[in-house]
Ligand binder design. Sequence first.
Ligand code: HEM
Length: 543
Amino acid sequence: MITLPFVARELPNMITLPSIVIDFLSPTPSWVSSFLILLVLLVVLHTSRSASSTPGPTPIPLIGNLIEVMRNFDDFPNWTYRTALRYGGRTWKFSAPFVGTFVMVTDPTQLEFVLGKTGFDDFVKGEELNWKSFPVFGAGVFTTDGSYHRKQRKTISRVFTSHNFRDVFAPVFVSGARRLNKVLKPIAETDDRVDMQLLFHRLTADTFTEIGCSRQLNSLQSANPEKDWTDALDVAQRLVIHRMKNPLWWFNETFFGGAKLMKDSVKQVDDFIYSVIDERRKENDSGADVVAKDDLLARFMRYQDDETGEKLTDRELRDWIVNIFVAGRDTTATVLSWTVFNLSQNPAYLTKIYQELAIHLPRDRNAPITHAILSKLVYTHACFVETLRLRPALAVDLKSCFRDTVLPDGTRVHKGDWLMWSPYAMGRLESNWGADALEFKPERWLVETVDAQGIKSVTVKQESPYKFPAFNAGARVCPGQNVGLLQGKTTLALLLRDYEIDVLNDPPVEYLETITHVMKYGLWVKLNKRKDNRRDSGVSMDM
Ligand code: HEM
């Protein structure tokens, strides 16, 4: 054994290598030997880390689990499920070069540590996510940490009052669902097929533009040019995902036009949002009563920093609006699509929804449908959350580890590692949901309660968010979950009241993993007008 002088200088504890290695290295230029030694050290480091007691797919020196990850790239949520099964729901690890080590959690107790109070400061969104997504999300609520994130959450949460649920959200969602049904009417009268996923996305784009900035996008009814900004947002979001998932993303952006596509898409988004902000500022200056518009933009414009008294700049307003738009639009539309699909595979549950609608929705199709009525649609609600369990809108989520820490099960997580959790896998594990975990079974959400007067009622169970993290959990739990649920059940209720939906499975229904768990080829269906099941005569409902 001989000692390498330069290594000894770098590392006082003296690292020694077998002479055979040195003999091999000595005739080579010093940078080559330095590089090779670095590689050897990396292998040693890598092997010592992977030799930890945390299970996981066997890594290959230097490339970690890259091959396995690449092989399962397009089926990532299922891979997380299969691997979690292999390790019996225990925490496991995998790694990939240039991306890092991922610690995967599927057990509610570990997730509570990570997302709850104890680990909140140890696990953050982090700088990498922040800068990679900056062109699209800017310094928005999704990608920031610390006090800036808290002030956004506080302002956003103030919009979700019971008054707004009753007087703003419910009417917007009911009128959106009615518009959707109107668009479907001529389609149902012919043999035409339609992609419901596309229409759900347009519907939620319309409703969240209305809630966000009181603009009528009308993308459901027409090829409105303003709709293009939402398409551009989709493209930009996909590029962000590419940045997060593919270590060679910069290659694509630099040499294959990705950078231009990102720039053009972001510009289209910005043009729309800045024009809305500009218009609102002019309305403000002209003395128009913007306060009466209790939309998110109005609230954000009224926001003043507690300490400095400063208001938000146009750029900040733009970021806040984009984030909330993405949060509300894609998630709800995705879950709606999967709910329709799940119900088509389980007609018995569809029949139960029909019964519930027959009892609670007004007989007159044009009569108002209030928030109070919608609150009674417990079974429809349960179908929506059961879909979320099996098809969470964010199938996999992650945070960056800010400092070395140890999970309750003893797993060591190092600073810079990624802490990942898979709501998709967690929703399917028997250890979390019992032997029938893979079955679509809305009943698992229903609980019977008895009030002080002895009156029985059925409600939807509140599961622990650490067992059911479809809306995240802890201090970053989704503040809009009840808004999403309300729009989900409203749309579903009115759609199923009026139409029988025949899912064609052609093209097949498969998922595509982008930010949300969307369907790769859409959800193609054939529609028929439904008969009103309260009338024995079987007379078709008026449209
Ligand atoms: C079914 C519908 C919805 C689902 C499944 C859902 C799910 C989620 C999830 C999983 C997160 C955490 C994402 C992360 O890790 O950063 C999240 C965050 C968030 N959601 Fe939702 N969401 C839904 C609807 C909505 C709606 C309708 C709004 C607003 C109107 C909204 C607003 C937000 C916001 C602002 C955040 C960021 C919270 C933070 O980081 O502090 N969501 N949502």
